[in-house]
Ligand binder design. Sequence first.
Ligand SMILES: NC(=O)C1=CN([C@@H]2O[C@H](COP(=O)(O)OP(=O)(O)OC[C@H]3O[C@@H](n4cnc5c(N)ncnc54)[C@H](OP(=O)(O)O)[C@@H]3O)[C@@H](O)[C@H]2O)C=CC1
Ligand SMILES: O=C1O[C@H](COP(=O)(O)O)[C@@H](O)[C@H](O)[C@H]1O
Length: 492
Amino acid sequence: MAQLPPVDIFDYIVFGATGDLTMRKLLPALYYRYRDGQIPDEARIIGTARSPLSRADFQGRAEKALHNFVKPADLDPDTARRFLDLVHYVSLNGAEADSTWPALKSLLAEAPADRIRVYYLATAPGLYGQICENLSNQGLVTEQSRVVLEKPIGTDLQSANAINDGVGRHFPENHIFRIDHYLGKETVQNLIALRFANPVFERLWSSDAIEYVQITAAETVGVEGRGPYYDKSGALRDMIQNHLLQVLCLVAMDPPGSLEADSLRNEKLKVLHALRPITPDDVATYTVRGQYTCGKEGDKTLAGYLEDLGEDATSSTETFVAIRAEVHSWRWGAVPFYLRSGKRMAEKCSEIVIQFKAAPWSIFATKPPANRLVIRIQPDEGVTLSVSTKDPTPTDSLALRQADIDIAFEKAFGTRYPDSYERLLLDVVRGDPVLFIRRDEVEAAWRWADPILQGWAEDKVKLEPYPAGSWGPEAARALLARSGHQWHEDMA
Ligand SMILES: NC(=O)C1=CN([C@@H]2O[C@H](COP(=O)(O)OP(=O)(O)OC[C@H]3O[C@@H](n4cnc5c(N)ncnc54)[C@H](OP(=O)(O)O)[C@@H]3O)[C@@H](O)[C@H]2O)C=CC1
Ligand SMILES: O=C1O[C@H](COP(=O)(O)O)[C@@H](O)[C@H](O)[C@H]1O
């Protein structure tokens, strides 16, 4: 595989570095890119959090994270040792002005003042503005400083604007990188190639040929100890308002004029603006929300959400969402885009299903089923197109049989599929915003999501229980059934 050139030397300062995201995603991703020669040995990864750890303590946690989340075959002891030499730690509450900033300042001062600095905010979104203000007041925002904001940005439009305004007071827009790691996924980026490099698909990509689209991000995990964050967020804020809307944009958008960042992001924004508004009075028609209860995974009993939250917990937070969205445009008319995401579902599966329209007339003894294109984001990354073929069994008639045209990417290309964070973390160093979210996209997404959240807050949609290990509440099936549609797992 052609080696990418190394990026410029940088300091990556991660706020919230003792958290799940840093250990499970950020450090392993940086290790892989270091192993592939894309990170210079002079670069530094500086973790910060309130926990009073020494550098050696944090390096020990980092080493454990590599052992837990890097494939054993990819974890070379010498490479890991050299990588851990890049890792530093400063105990610091970034959200507090009078915290131990001098320690971070002196560590950063050891490097040339024009070194690229990336401040990665892997904390709760409510801390972003304060951390940026403190960075600025401490004189730590240099010409070469960038800031990365994790999703969800805020909990609604108003709080998102407050965060964006607060961060924007200290960093120019082109140095603010709003990350949505779904855009870092090879298979999500592949939508651009699949659609715009293959006229055979783009020529059919409209209401003329497509009956409906479904986008699923199903997880088997539960809340996994992230209750304090998740119970304030819920599935809509955690997955739909960001990841699934971004995937919907790439599925529904018109061809961009180029792969330049704003050319792509302008087209995505047009989709967000064309989303049919779902008002509080509509939510019962267009949305389903659920919360997992105890269930089974094989012989294993799975606790319910409330039990996962803790003893005597009560919560009306949704762990499952299904929504019938529509993109009101010439291309799509009223084609349904069904969005679905949940915790403790039957399978870990992120996919897009394009259900084409059936043939208007059949000359065969049996009516051929409509074609279906399944784009597997993860796992088992690939694309499958179902087609009708002549049944070769000797019947001396032209009977039909279903067959699949299938590409399994790792097998087809014989290469490891990188984690989504690998490219994104280095694109920030490169200053390439193409796979990051522009402020106006965040605002448009909240403008669509807020009325749904308001309708739910007014109890206009029952919180439906569903057994852990299932495909979600029955109401999610009914949402499609009333239009004669089905979720992928129910299709023949
Ligand atoms: N985990 C995931 O899979 C994903 C998470 N995200 C986002 O990333 C962010 C972090 O998530 P995650 O790592 O799971 O969260 P965790 O709760 O696991 O970690 C939070 C981190 O923030 C630090 N922290 C907490 N309070 C403060 C404070 N007042 N001041 C400074 N630091 C603080 C904690 O360390 P300490 O207590 O020592 O200060 C810890 O390092 C969230 O915005 C989340 O939405 C996005 C995508 C995926
Ligand atoms: O942003 C988030 O994404 C993860 C799921 O990411 P994936 O790449 O494994 O699909 C989700 O578990 C988490 O709750 C959410 O914050």
